[in-house]
Design a protein around this ligand. Structure first.
Ligand code: ADE
Ligand code: ZN
Length: 322
């Protein structure tokens, strides 16, 4: 039982957290046929590429500032209900642009959702702006420029997500330079769909403080040691990795091996309803599938707070709530 433990989430894509019932209601509201992507209360996809397509299609039924406020508030309320004290949401202002809402209105809706949720439960949240590889380097630079210029105190990080098999991290260095110069925390999806080389690429080209997933680093033990020596924090999402068949089952998932090799690991849910999971389930899995004690799980939560993209005052307050 892990329901009593305080929780922190560093890696969740906002649109990836959309509850199927809410998406159905949104699709009805806009007269969108979502039956190819959402059936019997579950999102439908069969591999990583079709997951990304499904994700983009689902995102299309969230269209207004209020839609984003509601989506954000709904997810943060759910997190607060399972004792979560801090959440970093991966957001895509570029998506706001693509649907004609505009990046500012998209972010403003999300911030309103954060404000509403915090007023009810005290949950803290920050935003990580992401670029997506499958929309190309120019769009990723645009996302970094937006994040850097937004001057929004809730935007504290920059990420690279999307189709990992497209391009190499080196193609995106300019975007990360812009984000770093603006004082944003850096994290990169790597070592999820692609192997250890992709994690090494991220370290060589950008050396982010954190890596999204990074679990396939286990294929190269020198790289595992490098991660441990650098103190790079991995945002590990075991349920996502099993759903996307990065590993065949929890017994072969490397979370415990990475931790025992001295790598800083944390637990997140990625795109929970797409993978039939939740942050609550990920914490339960840490205990039940990986055999971690409450103290070990608390230590991972502490690592997450230490690696959070927040000001030092907020970090101190979060640590004292743990
Ligand atoms: N976008 C949403 N979820 C993702 C994932 N698991 N990997 C890469 N890009 C994503
Ligand atoms: Zn992710």
């Amino acid at each position: 039982m892990t329901s009593h433990l305080k929780k922190v989430e560093l890696h969740c894509h906002l649109e990836g957290a959309a509850p199927p019932v809410l998406t159905e209601a949104q699709a009805r509201k806009y007269g969108v046929d979502i039956s190819g992507e959402l059936r019997d209360g579950a999102y439908v996809w069969h591999d990583f590429a079709s997951f990304l397509e499904c994700y983009d299609k689902v995102s299309e039924v969230y269209r207004t500032e209020e839609d984003y406020a509601l989506l954000t508030e709904t997810y943060l309320d759910e997190l607060a209900g399972i004792n979560t004290i801090y959440s970093e949401l991966i957001v895509s202002p570029d998506h706001g642009k693509r649907i004609g809402l505009g990046a500012d209105a998209y972010i403003s809706g999300v911030c309103e959702g954060i404000r509403r949720a915090k007023a009810k439960s005290g949950i803290e949240a920050r935003l990580i702006v992401t670029g997506e590889r499958h929309f190309g380097p120019e769009s990723v630079i645009g996302a970094a420029e937006y994040a850097a210029k937004a001057g929004n105190p809730l935007i504290t990080g920059f990420n690279l997500a999307g189709e990992e098999r497209m391009g190499r991290v080196a193609d995106y260095i300019r975007a990360f330079d812009i984000a770093r110069d603006a004082g944003l925390g850096l994290t990169i999806h790597a070592g999820e769909v692609c192997g250890a080389f992709s994690v090494a690429d991220a370290l060589d080209a950008v050396r982010p403080a954190r890596i999204g997933h990074g679990v396939r680093a286990i294929e190269d033990l020198d790289l595992v040691k490098r991660l441990a020596d650098l103190g790079t924090v991995l945002e590990v999402c075991p349920g996502s990795n099993i759903a996307l068949r990065v590993f065949p089952d929890f017994a072969s998932h490397p979370l415990r091996r990475l931790k025992e090799a001295g790598v800083q690991v944390t637990i997140s849910s990625d795109d929970p309803p797409f993978f039939r999971t939740s942050l609550e389930r990920e914490y339960a899995l840490a205990a039940e599938a990986f055999g971690f004690s409450d103290a070990e799980i608390d230590a991972m939560t502490r690592t997450a707070i230490e690696a959070a993209f927040v000001d030092e005052e907020t970090r101190k307050a979060l640590l004292s709530r743990l």
